[in-house]
Each structure stands twice: as structure tokens, then as C-alpha cells.
Write a protein of this length. Sequence first.
Length: 216
Amino acid sequence: FPAQTLTAWYALTTLGAIQTGQRVLIHSAAGGVGLQAMKLATLLGANPVGTVGSPDKAAMLQEMGFENVLIRQADFSRQLTETGHRFDLVLDAIGGTVQQASFAALNPMGRLVVFGAAEFTPTGNRPNYLKAAWRYLRRPRYDVMDMISSNRSVMAFNLIWLWEQKASMKALLSELQTIALPPPHVGHRFAFDDAHAALALLQSGKSVGKVVLEIL
């Protein structure tokens, strides 16, 4: 709960400066952080739009009450252009062309908050290092002068830097306690001895919500 919920909260509030009525694009919305971000954005009076990679995940989100869900297409930039979507805030942990398209869809004063890069996560037991290197070389780069002209910003963080900031951590947790947030969604349960299978599921990109190891 602290890792995923604090990640979503810090991205939305401390960095994202979320405001009532704003449109917020949340990638990987069926994942642990994504689901918490969708719930928090709604509770804070914003209008979250989640993206997922499959119809099954979209259906799950809609069953949970989230009506605005996009199934990411291969050409995500074209998808956003054709649907006319614009956003005030984007939470991204995918990277690559998806991130570039999301930044381009920001309104003036919009913010892109990055907390991961799933495109570099291996999907099997044998990582394709050449493919990873190619993606790394083609990763998004942002021109500060262009950002000034378009009045859009990019921020990135790793929550681990907060662990030793006790005062900040206490303040963030105190803020969360004021929000009527339902428990995290547990999508998968594994016996502790099946930890390798749990990790494989996470790497496959097919997991939803939290993946839990149970100690019996």
C-alpha cells in the first residue's frame, strides 16, 4: 500500500498539482499504481482517463466504475489526435512513443509526471539487449526552450528518495489518511514458494491490481 499509493499520491498532488475538474491521463490504469491513481484522481474531483493494453483490462476498469478508458493502439499519437483528447496532467510509467504522444496532448500549463519506463522491462527469461539499447537511444528527449514556449513541463521521480525523508513521509501519509480511499485491488495471489511465477506474471504485462505473495 505505501509504495503504490504514495507513488500515485505524490505524482498527482506534490508534482502534478492536480485541480478539481482537470483531465488526467493515467497509463497502465489497471496496474497497482494506476488503479490507486484512478481512485485518487476521482476523489480529488478530477476527471481521470485510463489507458490499458487489452479489452479485458478495460472491461475490468469499467466494472469498477471508471467510464473513460482507452485501449492503447499501436499508433497512440494518432489515436489521441483522432479522438480529440487533451489533458492537464499525465502520469506515465511506460515511456517511448506513448510518452511522447502523451506530452504532445498536454494543454498549456500541463504536466507530464514520469515514474517508470516499462518499455525497458524484459518480458521473458532472455532479455533482448539490442532491442533495449535501440529503445534507449530513441527514448523521448525534451527541449527546454520548446517547453517554455508551449508552457508544458516534464517531471520525473523515484519514490525511494523519500524513504529517508521522515518528515515528508509522515506528512504525505497524514494527507492520505484524510482521503476515503478503498483498499487496493488484489488481482492475483501466489504462494510464497511461487514467487518466480508471480514475477513472471508482472513481467508479462497481464497482471491487474496488486500481485500478492501469501505466507501460509
